[in-house]
Design a protein. Sequence first.
Length: 444
Amino acid sequence: MPVTRYWCQWAWITGAAVADVLVTVDNGRFTAVDWPVPSAAVPADATRLSGLTLAGLANSHSHAFHRALRGRGSDVAGTFWTWRDAMYRVAARLDPESYRVLARAVYAEMALAGITCVGEFHYLHHGPHGAPYDDPNAMGAALLAAASDAGIRITLLDTCYLTSTVDGQPLAGPQLRFGDGSATAWAQRVSALPAAPGHRIGAAIHSVRAVPEAQMPAVAEWAASNAAPLHVHVSEQPAENRASLVHYGRTPTAVLADTGALGPHTTAVHAVHLTDADRAALGDSGTTICVCPTTERDLADGLAPTSSLLDAGCEICVGSDSHAVVDMFEEARGVELHERLRTGRRGLFAPAYLVAAIAGVGHPALGWPDAGYIGVGARADLATVALDTIRTAGCHPDEAVFAATAADVRHVVVDGRVVVRDGRHLLVDEPAHDLAEAIAAVLP
Ligand SMILES: [Zn+2]
């Protein structure tokens, strides 16, 4: 790959928007970042990027197939649990081939939104009734291939899912496809997933509902011995907490802490319904929190106490989770806006922290500590947002996270490769058409 140079009208460096920045990329890495380089002095071979250029964005929590439910069933009264029934009906229809097609289009939507790396929390492992495919990792392989097709990196957070309730009831119906029988069998299967450029294999404990306490250490130990990130859904719904208190006499966070599952390589997803002791345990252990504001509002989950978690010592990243929306700017400002609703106060998260949530915190949480910032040596991921659209016109570049949407992303570079140019995906010709067809195939 030849040396490439980009001149950024504005670039996000050292926690702020800086004008007139020239970045040099060689072999997928930034090799120089210089400023100010006035417009008149820009080398002729440099690509000029108008607007604000951020490091590529990390979507730290995704279930790709949930995208099929956007705008389908939003008018149905119910709860998280009735939505889950609809989600299971989609899961029941997918096979490796159809999932690759659907996920490719979903990841193309992510690339167009400036996302250069996705954390795919993957539990749809096996065939109908739980029978393994000839390749027991066929579904995971489909997701890895889909990310490559769409030009983004992926951390496949292969998820251990063993029971249907906190008190250990067996899997039933569509859930049979999620189960490996034991954490040991899960680890054996996951260990066979191949490594490849742009792919990383991580681990996940689905939740206290799906992994008994006695099985959790094996998952945590697999993650530790493979230097892999470990993610886990925590206290998304009050019913999970109630069941945990009845069965274990402890909150989900306390159970995870007691099994050694918390720590600086762990990310707790949602963390909505927490006690003071839970917040302290998460903060003291250095656990990262991934909140998913648009999904948490869509599924009536509640408001995560993010500023309290920040005070406790946690870092915060974000994910689009069920993909009710794929827009990391909406997720980022959702962190602050939800806290305004919860606390009655404004300005709890500075715009610079919200930018960190979608880049500098998310990539390390997915096992890519060399991504998420524009600096010499980092992976050359860029996401350029136009500042002259009807939504962003007039905003200060430092506060663009409160104005921009995914539709304002114009240029995306992943590991030095241009994936989106002038708002068009270069690897997937018609992503909207592909997405519609893939969804129609699983939700006629
Ligand atoms: Zn999730």
